[in-house]
Design a protein around this ligand. Structure first.
Ligand code: COA
Ligand code: MG
Length: 294
């Protein structure tokens, strides 16, 4: 199976509390690949209604040009808030809606129906991002990821840590299986997946280490909570210049081999097959997306 060639960058996805007009105004000026305008856990119960209108205003003020991607996180379907959340914000044409605490494909049906009742007049349909943040959500991740409207999975590691009853350890030992299981599901369904947040905004070293771990595990990017976390995430989840150089060598050698009617070649002592050429193309596609962003 070919690795998915990404169409958008998802290295950093910044949560922005929908009740905080100051952070909502600042967010589009930052360099996050994606903004997750939040109506859920960062918003106090008494601010929930106002937050919807703040978020709608931000959506209308930013417009959809995919830089940054504008996603709205709505309240979970077991609350009595999610329908009004969706009905209020959909006229702002978000690029996606993130649904918190998804535990099964059935949880997606109500929001999916509402989305289908409000198709955008033009452009691509609004996708659903499913947050996986409970043991049941992890176990059902493949079925969730395969839902036709799901365009991304997002790890909710804080809720998951609590639900698993494990300590919040920097090595994430207790989370490791859940992270990898959900990642397998995302890859099998061919949707991207984002790692959870790192909550200590003063620990830059710890944050970068966790970004690296996420990248090694295969995540496409990381959800972040503070502007200072954006650049380290953007940097870590982008293939390096050295990787791009090697990708160019691989593609040149591969194209030359194909022109000779051959299916394999050797670059710097390493065997190159079609799968390596596909990986190299993915690497260069990510670099190109980052270049075009500016
Ligand atoms: N989005 C946009 N701007 C943000 C931001 C965010 N998530 N977090 C901080 N900022 C802005 C601040 O408004 C401030 O702007 P200014 O320099 O123009 O005054 C600047 O970045 C520096 O902020 P700082 O003072 O260091 O942080 P803080 O004490 O104001 O806020 C948090 C700290 C954690 C409360 C804040 O970062 C936050 O709300 N993060 C998101 C939390 C969230 O959404 N959680 C839910 C998902 S886990
Ligand atoms: Mg959560």
């Amino acid at each position: 199976m070919k690795p998915c060639v990404p169409s958008v960058l998802l290295r950093s996805a910044l949560y922005v509390p929908g009740s905080n007009t100051k952070t909502l105004a600042k967010a589009p000026t930052l360099n996050a690949d994606c903004l997750i305008l939040d109506l859920e856990d960062s918003v106090a119960p008494e601010a929930k209604i106002q937050a919807r209108f703040n978020v709608l205003e931000t959506l209308q003020a930013t417009g959809s040009n995919l830089h940054p991607l504008r996603v709205v996180r709505i309240n979970a379907i077991h609350t009595d808030l999610w329908t009004d959340d969706l009905n209020t914000i959909l006229p702002g044409r978000p690029d996606a809606v993130a649904l918190s605490k998804v535990e099964s494909p059935a949880d997606l049906e109500g929001p999916a129906r509402l989305l289908q009742q409000h198709p955008p007049p033009h452009g691509s349909p609004c996708g659903l991002w499913a947050m996986i943040e409970s043991p049941l959500g992890v176990l059902n991740a493949l079925a969730i990821a395969r839902h036709p409207l799901v365009t991304c999975l997002v790890m909710g590691t804080s809720d998951l840590t609590r639900a698993l009853g494990i300590p919040g350890d920097p090595q994430r030992i207790g989370l490791r299986h859940a992270l990898q299981h959900t990642l397998l599901a995302a890859r099998a369904a061919r949707v991207p997946i984002l790692d959870g947040v790192f909550v200590n905004i003063r620990d830059a070293e710890g944050f970068t280490a966790e970004c690296r771990e996420g990248a090694m595990l295969g995540f496409d990017g990381k959800t972040v909570i503070h502007p200072s976390q954006i650049e380290p995430a953007n940097h870590t989840f982008l293939p390096s210049e050295a990787a791009a150089h090697s990708a160019r060598q691989i593609l040149d050698a591969w194209n030359a081999a194909r022109a000779r009617g051959e299916e394999i070649c050797v670059v710097e002592g390493r065997l190159v097959e079609r799968l390596h050429a596909d990986q190299a193309a993915r690497c260069l596609a990510l670099r190109e997306l980052a270049q075009n962003k500016h």
